[in-house]
Ligand binder design. Sequence first.
Ligand SMILES: [Zn+2]
Length: 312
Amino acid sequence: MSFAAQTKSELCRIAGQEQCCQKAECYGMWLSSKHFSHQAVCLTTEHLEAAHRVADLTAQTAHVIVDVSVRLTRQTTHSSQVTVAGEDQRETFLRFFGHTGCEPNLRLNYANLENPCCEAAFLRGIFLSCGSVTNPEREYHLELVAPFWNLAKDIQLLLSRVEGLDLQPAVTNRKGTFLVYLKGSEQIADLLTLIGAPQSSMQLMQVKMLKELRNDVNRKMNFETANLDKTAAASARQLIAIETIMNHMGLSQLPEDLQEIARLRYENPEMSLRELGENLAIPLSRSGVNHRLRRLMELAAELVPQKDSQKG
Ligand SMILES: [Zn+2]
């Protein structure tokens, strides 16, 4: 089951809410459905529980009986159609929510959100009917598809005004429908908790924490590997320089301080600069060791051209 479907199932298990909230949730589901006019009142959903829920809510609040039909759309997907049949029934139904069914531009009728508690219920209805949320393993994205621009703006306004939450919904146009969407794990988790899906909300935050932990570990490992590579590469260059000196003039020709560090490095290619410094007869700082090794490299560089010119 997808994360969105699982979230909707969680929402569909909510029971025992106040009459005012039942009406608000029912209104949210129908208002964002494909058809909400006197020609047709019809809601299509791939979520069977949501279809049954809107049927129950409609019967309980508006006392209107709906038809629910289920058909197989793709091999495994069922699509449910919930319909209010008959012109008289539709008129009664639309009037119950304060609509004429003739509005050219459907807007949110705030009269259906009677009490402060109804806001969350209304948003739950909207999400159940036209919402979806991406699997948090992939990305953080929650969207509500509204059939009208002004309705999308009404939903956006309602979301941005939810008390105590800092929701920043955006609206965009996609192929003739209008999307109200939220990005960001905190915003999405907050909204899911608000509309009554705390389990899904918690799951989202857990996935986020795990993702961050994995990223942290990866970043640290990359950092350490890069550092190791750098140290190993530097050590290899120093070894080449020391070998060059050994072959061309012998280490015994070097001043004593350089002889000592050359031998120590040659025998301990894996040691860090700090470790090399600690193992000298008279311990030396990291930068002191670095300075001596640089002198060895410069010396070796001077030796190589001599060899070339002798050859030539
Ligand atoms: Zn209420």
